[in-house]
Ligand binder design. Structure first.
Ligand code: URP
Ligand code: ZN
Ligand code: ZN
Ligand code: ZN
Length: 503
């Protein structure tokens, strides 16, 4: 249920909960004033007008930060149904208090794209940041990247290695982009699928008459994701710049990341909620008759890129997350309703790609990872909030329950449970890829910027209350890169001398 009021007092005292940070947990009270955490101590005493929230027996944790969303994303023929208000309201109801969305350049202009997203985000009810997508290369793009970093608070750029003819870039552009990112201290991100191979796979499926949504999964198998992931990693190594691989959906991609990290390369891998929680069994009913009658428009709600994989990839991604091979969880929330999805009823290539998750991520990760014993509550905080804040250089303003941090806080009751349904969710979607799913652990309270916005299953959100969070360049991922560069340059001294002597 929605209400449009904020809360009364700007002073909050959260009493007696287990306060969890990424490396430590303790039973303590948390005192908040004017949107900022002032104190974290056992038995805090307050005298005046303070709203007290009882958290005994519950976990008090930093609000989730979703590193990967697409709100009000215009894909040309249609746009996602969740905008910066409805998507964020849904996020808050699920314990996420900040997200980072992808700005798409407008007519090739990064500045125009940024201004377009600034307008879209005016109705925000929670804090947000931006990544910028790079779709072409020239001097203007290069200059605009600099402007984005130095004046607009953007510290990451995404390159699509798929979506041929639309967003896809080639290796030459990838190299130029990586070099520019490095010089600006900005993080290079990749959507890693081999777009040429995907195109080839799609043609093959259509030739074979496989036009239904299963054609989507069949046309872009995990090898295609693994190849592009490996290629991006090797090129980032060549340039010596850190790399962030978005939506890691397969063992193939995960193993490329594992190999690179083992060799000391700075590569971040982001699995998303759907990759951890779902598998492609919805595509393949064992009874052919039933499978043939499956309603394509229903099945197409699961269509996203890279595709949700066969059973086994989900468990492997969970294990990689629990052992540090992968570092944080996103959603890639990109919401198209069943009417929009039905566009591809006769041709899977026309189905708009994307699934929901912004509201479900925090519950799913708790249930799948903590309740199964794969990670601790502290790990949970790291994977859903702190690591994202560190990577995008906004820690400890975000991602921590510490004095001076923003008061973005959730209270999770481990003895309660959640149930997911399109009937009760807060997204504008008419479907939910997690429909009917239940699990342990319920986020009972969300506090964003010091305001209680979710309590007693009720949202109290105000359009315009969310703030744009500027993200400075040169995060910890850039520490030591100059030393590695110096060693490399040093190793070139002898060949340079030889070249000079012989010229
Ligand atoms: O299918 C997806 N993932 N849609 C959103 C755009 C992207 O590739 O991240
Ligand atoms: Zn992508
Ligand atoms: Zn390789
Ligand atoms: Zn995405």
């Amino acid at each position: 249920m929605f209400c449009d009021a904020g809360t009364g007092s700007s002073k909050l005292l959260i009493k007696g909960g287990t306060v969890v940070n990424a490396h430590h947990q303790q039973i303590a009270d948390v005192y908040v004033e004017d949107g900022v955490i002032v104190a974290v101590n056992p038995n805090i005493r307050v005298v005046d007008d303070v709203t007290v929230i009882d958290a005994f027996g519950k976990y008090v944790m930093p609000g989730g930060i979703d590193p990967h969303t697409h709100l009000e994303f215009d894909v040309g023929f249609t746009a996602t149904v969740d905008d910066f208000f409805s998507g964020q309201a849904a996020a808050l109801a699920g314990g996420t208090t900040m997200h980072i969305d992808f700005v798409i350049p407008l007519n090739g202009s990064l500045t125009a794209g940024f201004e377009d997203y600034e307008k879209k985000a005016k109705k925000s009810c929670m804090d947000y940041g931006f990544h910028m997508v790079i779709t072409k290369w020239d001097e203007t793009v290069s200059r605009e990247m600099e402007l984005m970093v130095k004046e607009k608070g953007i510290n990451s750029f995404k390159f699509f290695m798929a979506y041929k003819g639309i967003l896809m870039i080639n290796d030459e552009l990838l190299l130029e982009g990586f070099k520019k990112c490095k010089s600006l201290g900005a993080l290079a991100m990749v959507h890693a699928e081999n777009g040429d191979a995907v195109y080839e796979g799609q043609e093959k499926m259509i030739e074979l008459g496989i036009t239904g949504p299963e054609g989507h999964a069949l046309s872009r198998p995990s090898v295609v994701e693994g190849e592009a992931t490996g290629r991006a990693i090797h090129l980032a190594d060549f340039v010596n710049t850190p790399l962030y691989v978005v939506h890691v959906m397969s063992i193939d991609a995960m193993e490329e990341i594992a190999k690179a990290r083992k060799s000391g390369q700075k590569v971040i891998g982001e699995p998303i909620a759907s990759g951890l929680a779902l598998d492609e069994s919805w595509l393949w009913h064992p009874d052919f008759e039933i499978a043939a009658k499956q309603v394509p428009s229903l099945v197409s709600i699961y269509v996203m890129s890279p595709p949700i994989r066969k059973r086994g990839h989900d468990k492997a991604l969970q294990a990689a997350l629990s052992t540090g091979i992968l570092q944080l969880v996103g959603t890639d929330h990109c919401a198209f309703n069943s009417t929009q999805k039905a566009r591809g009823i006769d041709d899977f290539r026309k189905i708009p790609n994307g699934v929901n998750g912004i509201e479900e991520r925090m519950h799913l990760v708790w249930d799948i990872m903590v309740e199964s014993g794969q990670i601790t509550p502290s790990d949970y905080v790291r994977l859903t909030s702190t690591e994202c804040a560190r990577i995008f250089n906004i820690y400890p303003k975000k991602g921590a329950i510490l004095p001076g941090s923003d008061a973005d806080i959730i209270i999770l009751n481990p003895n309660s449970s959640f149930e997911i349904s399109a009937k009760s969710h807060h997204s504008r979607l008419d479907t939910n890829v997690y429909e009917g799913r239940t699990g342990k652990g319920k986020i009972e309270v969300t506090i964003a910027g010091g305001r209680v916005v979710w309590e007693n299953d009720e949202l109290k959100v105000t359009p315009g209350s969310g703030r744009y969070i500027q993200m400075p360049p040169f995060s910890y991922l850039f520490d030591g890169l100059d030393k590695k560069d110096a060693i490399y340059l040093n190793s070139l001294q002898a060949p340079v001398k030889r070249a000079k002597a012989s010229s």
